[in-house]
Ligand binder design. Sequence first.
Ligand code: ZN
Length: 241
Amino acid sequence: MSNVSEQDTALVLFSGGQDSATCLAWALSRFRRVETLGFHYGQRHAIELDCRAALLAGVGTIRTDWREKLGENHTLDIPTLGTISETALTRDVAIEMVEGGLPNTFVPGRNLVFLTFAAALAYRRGIRHIVGGMCETDYSGYPDCRNDTIKALEVALNLGMDRQFELHTPLMWRDKAATWALAHELGGDALVNLIREQSHTCYLGERGSKHAWGYGCGECPACRLRAKGWYEYEATRRDQS
Ligand code: ZN
């Protein structure tokens, strides 16, 4: 599809989780060509990244045009992020879940790093649109997920790289139930089921236990948030039918 201009191409930050899988479908329904980007930084659970291949293959079976639009799937190694996240360990601070849903090994400003690398890659590939699953609704405690942060970074990236990138965050104002509903809107039950089966969210990297909402430990904040959203989504669908 060499005739597709950069105006029509999107790069999706694609971790293999529920949010980024939904963002991928969103981008496939809007742009003529879509590339994906995952980061490897020594996560304790590389499972989420392993889910990417299954999701990409699965999305291509849902709609023929989605399969045709899917372009390169990139992976960037940023081991420095892992080094920084280890500081919680080297400083003898116990790993614990802090209120709001992330372990305290979380790297402050991680999304700023991801989006900046994404923009650098997009620059090199002549891509204008960058799509990420940042969400202010469910992760209000994390300032790099805020809409104002993303808007400010968009300005900074465009100034700093002399480009006209557009950062898209389709989940910004959706809670997890609304994210499931968006997946249904975009790809029906087939997409919802694909995301349930193949996307990964659990902080502990647990994939042994299957629940109605997918695989995970069921106890960590990410699992609890995903489960809560799933049951709210199901309740809404029951009300509608
Ligand atoms: Zn979990």
